[in-house]
Design a binder for this molecule. Structure first.
Ligand code: Y43
Ligand code: MG
Length: 207
C-alpha cells in the first residue's frame, strides 16, 4: 500500500530527514510533504521507550489529524560505551530544544570524560550504531507497516564533514575512512540506517 498519488506525507519536523526522503522518493515520482507544509499539526510528545513506539505515535497522531496515510521516522544514536544512550533521547540529549551542535558537544564530553586516564590516545571513542524505525500508517484502516534499519560505526573525537545532519560529523565509518557527514547523499542513503529501513519498507510494500 504505497500511498497512491504523487505525494507522500512524512510526519517530521526535521529538515535533514525531509531532504533524505525527498531524495529517496524522487525516483518513484513522489513529492514529499512534511510538517512544515502542515503547520497546524501540534508537536507529538515522543514519550515511548522504543523507536517503534515513538514512530507509531507520530504516524498515528499526524495520520489521524490529516485523515491521510503518513510515514513517520523515529531514529537515534546508540553508543556502546554509554550503554546504548542517547537512544530514543538522541534529539534532546543536551536538553529539550537542544541543537545538533549542543548534542554533539555533550556526547563528546561524556565520552572523553569516560576515557580520561586511559592510555589510548585514540580519536575513536566508542563503537556506536544509528537506528531508524519507519512506520507507514493508514488512518482509513488503522493498519500500519513497520520497518527498521541500522548502521554500525565509531564515535570520533575528530569531527568532520558538513553533509547530513545530527550526529553525522561524529559518526566515523572505518570502511570509508570518512564520517557520515563527508558522504554524498547517494552514499549515505546506500549505507545508512534510514536507507536500510526504507529498502526494507519498500520490500514489504511490493510483494
Ligand atoms: O541520519 C542521521 N544522522 C545523524 N543524526 C541522526 C540521524 N538520524 C537520526 N539522528 C539523530 C538526530 C536526532 O538527534 C535524533 C532523531 O530524533 P527524532 O525524534 O527521530 O527526530 P527529530 O526530533 O529530529 O524529528 P521528528 O521527530 O520531527 O521526525 O537522532
Ligand atoms: Mg523527534
Amino acid at each position: 500500500m504505497i500511498p497512491a498519488g504523487d505525494t507522500i506525507i512524512v510526519a517530521t519536523k526535521n529538515k535533514g530527514k525531509v531532504k533524505e526522503f525527498e531524495h529517496a522518493f524522487a525516483p518513484l515520482g513522489k513529492q514529499v510533504k512534511s510538517m512544515f507544509d502542515y503547520p497546524g499539526i501540534p508537536d507529538v510528545v515522543e514519550d515511548g521507550s522504543t523507536f517503534a513506539e515513538n514512530a507509531l505515535k507520530k504516524a498515528k497522531t499526524v495520520g489521524n489529524a490529516l485523515g491521510l496515510p503518513v510515514l513517520a521516522d523515529d531514529s537515534g544514536l546508540c553508543v556502546d560505551e554509554l550503554e546504548g544512550r542517547p537512544g530514543v533521547y538522541s534529539a534532546r540529549f543536551a536538553g529539550e530544544h537542544a541543537t545538533d551542535e549542543q548534542n554533539n558537544e555533550k556526547l563528546l564530553q561524556m565520552l572523553e570524560d569516560k576515557k580520561m586516564g586511559a592510555d589510548v590516545q585514540d580519536s575513536l571513542l566508542s563503537p556506536a550504531s544509528f537506528v531508524c524505525t519507519l512506520i507507514l500508517y493508514d488512518p482509513a484502516t488503522g493498519g500500519f507497516i513497520e520497518a527498521s534499519g541500522s548502521v554500525q560505526g565509531w564515535i570520533t573525537a575528530d569531527r568532520a564533514g558538513s553533509g547530513g545532519f545530527g550526529y553525522d560529523p561524529l559518526f566515523y565509518l572505518p570502511e570509508y575512512g570518512k564520517t557520515m557527514a563527508e558522504l554524498t547523499m547517494e552514499e549515505k542513503q546506500a549505507i545508512s540506517h534510514r536507507g536500510a529501513a526504507l529498502r526494507s519498507l519498500m520490500a514489504k510494500l511490493t510483494p
